[in-house]
Design a protein around this ligand. Structure first.
Ligand code: ADP
Ligand code: ASP
Ligand code: MG
Length: 451
């Protein structure tokens, strides 16, 4: 079996779904499980709908609902024009889901309260709608396709918006259900992102979570490979939306890809690598609008060459400096700092310590719990939070063998607040002022790849 996952832009309209059908048709012999995201921008629309409902802005909610209805109805009508029988069945199902959502957000609007459980239920609708329409589109193109509700397969904890699967239960579900559904079908199709808790409530795997779903399905089924179809020619030497003249990476190791995701490269969801690496399942990142390009292969380390592969950025990080009046020692410094951070689950991208100082890079604007943690630390140390900082990372195997990265960064950015080599020697990281980010990554990229 293979897993074939299509992201939002790869299913955004009639033309994109036409490409999906053509791509999958060529792979039927390999028994694909197709995994789809919501149509481009739909998850964002649903997030706004949930917020507007909580704020009791009834008119805005109605407006968003009609946008959602129109987009999906039009798409179904265009795709199934030749098959009125399938069209009316499909529209029936789409309408049923949207009517359900309407009733549900109506309830949220009435009480003006949005739990993360309700929120997950709302934002899961995008994938349920897109997958329904795409499954009918396959059938209309003479590929008999069985639609599976991913909530029957991926069983998670009750952290509804960032849910984590119980892998044992999930693996057993996937094997059983996909095996059953494949009988009498050319193809089975399901949703990325959506899952359900043990008690049956809808949960989601976090934003961009469809990649993670694809890897989970791949692991459970022992797939020959996982294909991630997106809108760029594979994983590149930098985000092509940010840097010009990027290069395609032909082969990259699981560890390097995971490091890239951890350091902010958005191309793969950070948790995607883990399930694939566990069973050594190759991941291919491919472009649905340029199928001639052979994309990027993510595989075992010994197949990936040494040296820098990519520049990744986190545009907004907080840099925190904690200075103790005493020489506490590294162990005690870390112990005391994390005793305040860990119970509050404050995410930390990088931590460094000396005998009397700790430096932290915190990935995003975090909430009140972070402030609480800082106040607690402030009782025994001097805490300074530097805002408007960015994290620039160069990722690649044995990165330390590549000279001049630090000099380049400091010469363009003017100031480096923290320089770090990751413990796995897979990345060098620099905290700089956000307003110098663009020129810094451009010249760093130029220096590494085009010098
Ligand atoms: P999808 O909807 O298919 O999941 P995403 O938007 O999540 O697509 O991911 C693809 C995007 O990732 C690209 O359009 C690109 O802007 C961004 N990206 C960030 N870093 C990289 C990189 N190093 N290589 C390729 N794409 C990258
Ligand atoms: N639709 C979800 C999101 O945008 C999941 C995904 O596309 O990966 O976050
Ligand atoms: Mg994505």
């Amino acid at each position: 079996m293979i897993i074939v996952k299509f992201g939002g832009t790869s299913v955004q309209d009639e033309a994109a779904i036409g490409r999906v059908i053509q791509i999958v048709r060529g792979k039927l012999k390999e028994k694909p499980l197709v995994v789809v995201s919501a149509l481009a921008r739909v998850t964002r629309l649903l997030v706004s709908m949930a917020e507007e409902a909580e704020a009791q802005h009834e008119d805005n909610v109605k407006d968003l609902l009609s946008q959602l209805r129109e987009r999906h109805f039009n798409l179904a009508k265009n795709l199934l024009a030749q098959r009125p029988d399938l069209l009316s069945e499909c529209l029936g199902k789409v309408e049923e889901r949207i009517a359900d959502l309407e009733t549900f957000v109506g309830g949220v609007c009435l009480i003006g309260e949005l739990s993360s459980r309700s929120n997950a239920r709302i934002i899961s609708t995008g994938e349920l709608l897109s997958s329904t329409i795409i499954s009918y589109a396959f059938n209309a193109n003479d590929i008999s396709c069985h639609w599976i509700d991913a909530r029957r397969m991926i069983t998670t904890d009750d952290n509804y918006l960032n849910a984590r699967p119980d892998m044992e239960v999930t693996e057993a579900n996937i094997k059983r259900i996909v095996g059953l559904e494949y009988k009498g079908a050319d193809l089975v199709l399901t949703q990325g992102f959506v899952a359900s808790t043990e008690k049956g409530a809808t949960s989601v795997l976090g934003f961009e979570g469809s990649d993670y779903s694809a890897a989970i399905f791949g692991m459970a089924l022992g797939a020959e490979r996982v294909e991630i179809w997106t809108d760029v020619d594979g994983i590149r030497s930098a985000d092509p939306r940010v840097v010009k003249d990027t290069r395609k990476i032909d082969v990259i190791s699981y560890e390097e890809a995971a490091e890239m995701a951890a350091m902010g490269a958005r191309v793969l969801h950070p948790l995607t690598i883990e399930p694939a690496r566990k069973k050594n399942i190759p991941i291919k990142v491919l472009n649905s609008t340029n199928q001639a390009c052979d994309g990027t292969l993510v595989t075992l380390a010994d197949q990936s060459p040494d040296g820098p592969k990519s520049v990744a950025v986190r545009k907004e990080v907080l840099f925190v400096k904690i200075v103790s009046p005493k020489l506490d020692g590294v162990t005690r410094m870390f112990g005391k700092v994390f005793a305040s951070l860990y119970p509050r689950r404050v995410p930390v991208t990088i931590a460094k310590a000396t005998e009397s100082e700790v430096y932290l890079v915190i990935p995003e604007v975090v909430g009140e719990t972070f402030q609480d943690a800082l106040e607690e630390i402030g009782k025994w140390a001097e805490v300074t939070v530097y805002r408007d900082k960015a994290l620039v990372s160069v990722i690649g195997r044995n990165i330390v063998g590549f000279e001049g990265l630090g000099d380049k960064v400091i010469s363009v950015s003017g100031k480096v607040y923290l320089a770090n080599v990751s413990a796995n020697m897979m990345s060098e990281n620099f905290v700089i002022d956000s307003d110098r980010l663009q020129e810094t990554i451009e010249s760093l990229h130029e220096y590494i790849f085009n010098k």
